[in-house]
Design a protein around this ligand. Structure first.
Ligand code: 5GP
Length: 187
C-alpha cells in the first residue's frame, strides 16, 4: 500500500490558513492533525478540537519522550505536532494536513522528503494587518508581535513547493482542494 502524503500549510498569522484548512478538511474528508500548544485558549476554542492545550511542563515532558514530529516556539509559546496525530494515518495510506509555522515546515521537509509544502499568504501587508485586527481576540501587543513575525515568515516562501494567495476563503479552499487532489495519495 502506498503511504499517505503529508501536506504542510504555513504562512503568516492572519493569512486565513485555519479557516481554509477547516473547510478543506470537511469538503475532502481529510485528516487535519490537531497540534499541541502552551498558549491559552481563545474564546470558543476547545481542548482537543482546535489544539491540545498543555502546560509548559506537560509539553516539555512530551518533548523528552520524543512524542513530537516537530515543534517550535512561535510568538513566545510552544507549538508541536504529536506523532500519534500523523504516523499511523500515513501508514494506512491516508493523507494528512499539518497547519504549522515555517520552522515546523522545514523540520518536516527534512524528515519527510515527500511532504508537500504549501505557503499561504495574504494579498498584501495591509490586508494581513486588517485581518489580524479584525479577529478581535488579541491585544495590541500580541498583534504587533504577530505582524513582525509574519513579515519574517514571508522570507520562507521560496523554500515551499506551492504558494496560494488567500484572496477569499472560497477561492483558497478551491485552490487547496485542487492541489491535494492532484498531489495526494488516493489509491
Ligand atoms: P495560533 O496561535 O494563531 O493558533 O497559531 C500561531 C502559529 O502557530 C500559526 O502560524 C500556526 O500555523 C502555528 N502552529 C500551530 N500548530 C503548530 C504546530 O504544531 N507546530 C508548529 N511548528 N507551528 C504550529
Amino acid at each position: 500500500m502506498n503511504r499517505g502524503r503529508l501536506f504542510v500549510i504555513s504562512g503568516p498569522s492572519g493569512a486565513g490558513k485555519s479557516t481554509v484548512c477547516k473547510k478543506v478538511r470537511i469538503d475532502l474528508d481529510i485528516n487535519l492533525a490537531t497540534s499541541a500548544t502552551t498558549r491559552s485558549p481563545r474564546e470558543g476554542e476547545q481542548d482537543g478540537r482546535e489544539y491540545y492545550f498543555l502546560s509548559v511542563e506537560e509539553f516539555e515532558k512530551k518533548l523528552e519522550n520524543n512524542e513530537f514530529l516537530e515543534y517550535a516556539n512561535v510568538h513566545g509559546n510552544y507549538y508541536g505536532t504529536l506523532r500519534v496525530e500523523a504516523e499511523s494515518r500515513l501508514d494506512r495510506g491516508e493523507n494528512v494536513i499539518l497547519e504549522i509555522d515555517v520552522q515546523g515546515g522545514i523540520q518536516i521537509k527534512e524528515k519527510f522528503e515527500k511532504a508537500c509544502l504549501v505557503f499561504f499568504k495574504a494579498p498584501s501587508e495591509k490586508v494581513l494587518e486588517e485581518r489580524l485586527r479584525g479577529r478581535g481576540t488579541d491585544t495590541e501587543e500580541v498583534i504587533q508581535l504577530r505582524l513582525k513575525n509574519s513579515l519574517k515568515e514571508m522570507e520562507y516562501e521560496d523554500g515551499y513547493d506551492h504558494v496560494i494567495v488567500n484572496n477569499t476563503v472560497d477561492s483558497s479552499v478551491l485552490d487547496l482542494i485542487d492541489l491535494i487532489k492532484k498531489e495526494g495519495n488516493w489509491q
